[in-house]
Design a protein around this ligand. Structure first.
Ligand SMILES: [Zn+2]
Length: 455
């Protein structure tokens, strides 16, 4: 007699699709079989039973300067994630100047621990102020930060020699670097030129961040990683040029991986031409690109050139976005996607681009392995019973009314998706069902992570 049995469903993992019941005891997958009996039975007939989604790139309650903070808290953001079928997230620690990495980790955990409804991990950010602290990387790794975030843009921007030093320290600790790669020097020059010529609308945002130079920056950090001898994961690939650099590296057998996000798969740069604040809302970096890039990214997911879909979820309110109405470079960058990711990528299955198993690999299994979460992202005996009963027929039109993110707009308003989570379990507990999240704040756990690569 199991605690819970999920009966009559079709199990989909990254490797196989087969009919079976799932028996759950003490929050763990105890058995896969037929005719199982449980104290509680959830009928999954006509549904897929997949591992809980793993979104290894989100920014909840993230300070963005000028008193602006991303609008989803660790409670509202993880609640929306759960309702969309994601049962694990990885957010970020951003140390303050003068703060040790461990103190910064402690402070971020103090914000997250009382609020999260799903399990979570944290990437440690290595900015220029952390270069003198690289001796602390091993301690951060031991404290559970298995992944380290680097930038070649913004105030976090590292120069190439600093990237090399950081890669060396992360390699020596056994960690995995993850990176935001754009060419900041070219971007700041183009932004300055455009603003000086009165080109202040968001139309000029993508035109100040050329896809060609994203490709250049991705290629450059791959080369530095190769020089150092470290694996590397490329965040939020937005264009064909960057995907091509990752494909080329993998063809050479290098331990390089890459992700893209729903905004780059569903939206394009024409969104910036909407009048007034509407054009400001979808500003994110890298920017939305062309429909040609969009198709290239879907193909890269299908071909295995990109291994993961994350969201880079980072919502800002309409009022915060409006601060950049007269100057596109002042618009806080980021869009909300945390709730729609599983269904968004499922559309690739519906369009015949890739298999159910590839969908699960992209959203669950590969990010779990890469982020160092061996108990997540799969349906395996002894693994955490993080499970999604997914209704492939359910249709949903996205809107601020149908989504649960704490933000007063969505870039996907009017987008129709088919396939949506019906019931979501985290460690055996039903945390969301039929659009209602019943999980208590603080039930989620911090996960200490040791990445596995290459994937
Ligand atoms: Zn991000």
């Amino acid at each position: 007699m199991f605690d819970t049995v999920i009966a009559h469903g079709t199990i989909v993992t990254s490797a196989a699709t087969f009919p079976a019941d799932v028996g759950v005891t003490d929050g763990v997958i105890a058995v896969l079989g037929r005719g199982l009996a449980g104290r509680r039975t959830i009928d999954a007939a006509g549904r897929y039973v997949i591992p809980g989604g793993v979104d290894m790139h989100v920014h909840l309650q993230m300070p963005a300067g000028d008193g602006i903070v991303s609008s989803d808290t660790f409670y509202t953001g993880t609640r929306a994630a759960a309702l969309g079928g994601t049962t694990t997230i990885v957010d970020f620690v951003e140390p303050l100047p003068g703060e040790t990495l461990l103190a910064a980790l402690g402070a971020r955990r103090a914000e997250a621990d009382p609020q999260v409804v799903i399990d979570y991990g944290l990437h440690m950010t290595i900015g220029p102020a952390e270069i003198p602290k690289l001796g602390q990387v091993a301690a951060a790794f031991a404290a559970g930060c298995g992944t380290f975030k680097l930038y070649t843009a913004y105030d976090f921007r590292l120069f190439d020699g600093q990237v090399m030093q950081a890669f060396e320290a992360i390699r020596d600790a056994g960690g995995l670097p993850v990176i935001h790669a754009e060419n900041w020097d070219v971007i700041t020059t183009l932004v300055g030129r455009n603003l000086a010529q009165g080109r202040t609308t968001p139309h000029w945002h993508p035109r100040s961040r050329p896809a060609l130079m994203e490709g250049e920056a991705v290629g450059r950090v791959i080369d530095v990683a190769t020089l150092v001898g470290t694996p590397l994961h490329i965040f939020h690939v937005s264009c064909a040029e960057a995907a091509a650099r990752i494909r080329s590296a993998r063809q050479r057998g290098l331990p390089i991986s890459g992700e893209t996000c729903p905004q780059y798969l569903f939206l394009d740069q024409d969104a910036y031409d909407a009048p007034g604040v509407e054009g400001c809302l979808p500003v994110c970096s890298p920017p939305l690109r062309t429909p040609v890039d969009q198709q290239a990214l879907w193909q890269a997911l299908a071909a295995g050139d990109l291994q993961v879909v994350t969201t880079d979820h980072c919502p800002f309110t309409r009022a915060d976005k409006a601060r950049g109405l007269d100057d596109f470079s002042r618009i806080p960058g980021g869009v909300p996607s945390i709730e729609m990711r599983l269904s968004a990528v499922f559309q690739g299955v519906r369009r015949g681009l890739f298999s159910l198993n590839r969908w699960v690999a992209l959203c669950c299994t590969a990010p779990a392995r890469l982020a160092g979460l061996p108990a997540k992202g799969d349906i395996a005996i002894g693994g955490d019973a993080d499970l999604v009963i997914f209704d492939p027929e359910r249709r949903l039109t996205l809107s601020t009314a149908s989504l649960h993110e704490q933000v007063d707009w969505t870039p996907y308003a009017g987008v129709e998706l088919q396939g949506w989570p019906e019931v979501v379990l985290s460690r055996g507990e039903v945390i969301a069902a039929k659009g209602v999240c019943t999980a208590a704040p603080g039930r989620g756990r911090f996960l200490s992570r040791k990445p596995q690569f290459p994937i």
